[in-house]
Design a protein around this ligand. Structure first.
Ligand SMILES: [Zn+2]
Length: 466
């Protein structure tokens, strides 16, 4: 069962790719090698061949898989406090859970079903085999461990070796996503409480996040990954999640608006002018001073992560850094908006582009629709220029930025953000509307001058307490 990469923010936030060459303790490698049959594809022989411990560090892929298994084995006893976010689907240590179900781990490089975006897969539960994809070597060890736990849950009940037809399939197959960024893709589970692969995956991360003996940076990574999965991988929205819209005020306050009859929630009172917010699902602060990104919702815990995307920014000359206007992080896409240029990454591709000379950019506006982001550059007059994500990055030019005829004369807007559609006017007032051309001020917030709609957003108090 293919396991598509989820929530590609972690491409940008994740630890940079490390070379593990000459890196792993021999004893540990031998222990892992003893407990699992680790195999790689031998192209010359056209068969699977056992990985020899002495060659592990000659390959980043092999080394990262061994390291993930070693790290999983070395985890301390994890927190098992049972509540809405932890059903204890994992009844033993995660390593024991994997060891009891998986006999063979295959590194599927140059063979098998590792298509674009797939981190790992299994084929039949009776095989007791999981296949890991080269993409995993670009992920953190924790991410790789979580993926291994996820795939192991697809091999549930391996002890039953009879010829039942269901043993030819995977356990806990995924469902078609009926909401969220993966809409209509078969990469969701229906309900967290069903204990499928994503629930087990999340639970592993929740336990890591709550285990005080672990380093804070690891716990924070686990927390943000768990939240991203909870927001995007379950068709039943768990835990009183409310949908709404995030708004930023001129003085940097960030607020969550869920509807006209609901009080607006203050998420942070103010951010310094050196910080910019820009992401859907999990809003992210980009700190211009350090050139790093972090998720502010749980910022007390979440360490700044250098990330590969923001590294681009840190390499700029200071005078060019000062020209940054806004940032956008989305699914497999990220952009920096400068006063006269745009830098975007789409998957592995990147591109710097001069903006049309008459475009004086003020902000991004993000409108997610059917799993894709429509991203606009908005200028000082409220003209919306759409980013041409439908084109290949290499084909972008000044003529690719089309002016949107519907969205005009406003600062920014959110459509599908809960029950109410809201906009920020050019003068910073908050308005609501049914028809975009007939907007009325939202009562009660006249004292706030809004800078922009950041993005639609989902949140709950349960998440805040993770
Ligand atoms: Zn899966």
């Amino acid at each position: 069962m293919g396991f598509k990469f989820y929530f590609s923010i972690f491409i940008f936030l994740g630890a940079p790719v490390c070379s593990w060459a000459s890196c792993l303790p021999t004893e540990a490698v031998e222990t892992i090698n003893h407990e699992f049959q680790l195999e790689k594809w031998d192209t010359a022989q056209q068969n699977w061949a056992r990985i020899e411990p002495q060659t592990v560090c000659q390959s980043d892929f092999e080394a990262s898989v061994f390291k993930a298994l070693m790290d999983l084995k070395n985890l301390p006893a994890l927190d098992i406090q049972q509540d809405l976010l932890n059903f204890n689907f994992l009844k033993t240590s995660p390593y024991q859970f994997v060891k009891e179900r998986v006999k063979t781990v295959r590194l599927a490089e140059g063979v098998g079903s590792c298509s674009s975006g797939v981190q790992a897969y299994v084929s039949a539960r009776k095989s007791q085999t999981i296949y890991l994809c080269p993409l995993l070597m670009y992920r953190s060890s924790l991410e790789a461990q979580a993926v291994i736990v996820h795939e192991t849950q697809h091999l549930d009940h391996p002890e039953d070796t009879s010829a039942k037809p269901e043993l030819e399939t995977v356990a806990h197959p995924h469902s078609r996503c009926t909401r969220g960024p993966y809409l209509k893709m078969d990469v969701c589970d229906d309900d967290f409480s069903n204990g499928g692969s994503y629930a087990t995956h999340v639970e592993f991360l929740v336990k890591v996040a709550r285990t005080k003996a672990l380093p804070l940076s690891l716990r924070n990574e686990a927390k943000s990954s768990a939240l991203a999965l909870l927001l995007t991988r379950f068709n039943q929205l768990p835990y009183e999640l409310k949908s709404g819209v995030l708004l930023q005020t001129q003085n940097g306050g960030v607020h969550f608006f869920t509807g006209l009859d609901q009080p607006m929630v203050t998420i942070v009172d103010s951010l310094s002018p050196e910080q910019l917010v820009g992401l859907r699902h999990l809003p992210t602060v980009f700190d211009l001073n350090s050139g790093t990104v972090k998720n502010y919702i749980y910022n007390e815990a979440l360490a700044d992560t250098p990330g590969s995307f923001s590294e681009v920014f840190r390499k700029l000359k200071p005078e060019n850094q000062k020209k940054l206007v806004d940032v956008y992080f989305g699914n497999n896409q990220a952009c920096f908006l400068f006063t006269n240029r745009l830098y975007c990454e789409v998957g592995p591709e990147s591109r710097v582009l001069d903006l049309p000379p008459d475009l004086k950019p003020q902000r991004f506006n993000i409108i997610p629709l059917y799993g894709f982001d429509s991203v606009f550059i908005v200028d000082d007059k409220g003209v919306f220029y759409s980013l041409p994500f439908k084109l290949e990055l290499k084909d972008w030019d000044a003529n690719s930025f089309e002016i949107n005829k519907t969205l005009q004369g406003i600062n920014s807007v959110a459509f599908n953000a809960g029950s109410t559609k809201v906009a920020v006017e050019l003068d910073g007032r908050l308005t609501s509307f049914d028809k975009l051309t007939e907007r009325t001020p939202v009562a009660g917030y006249e004292h706030l001058v809004f800078k922009k709609v950041i993005a639609p957003f989902l949140w709950s108090d349960v998440f805040e307490a993770l």
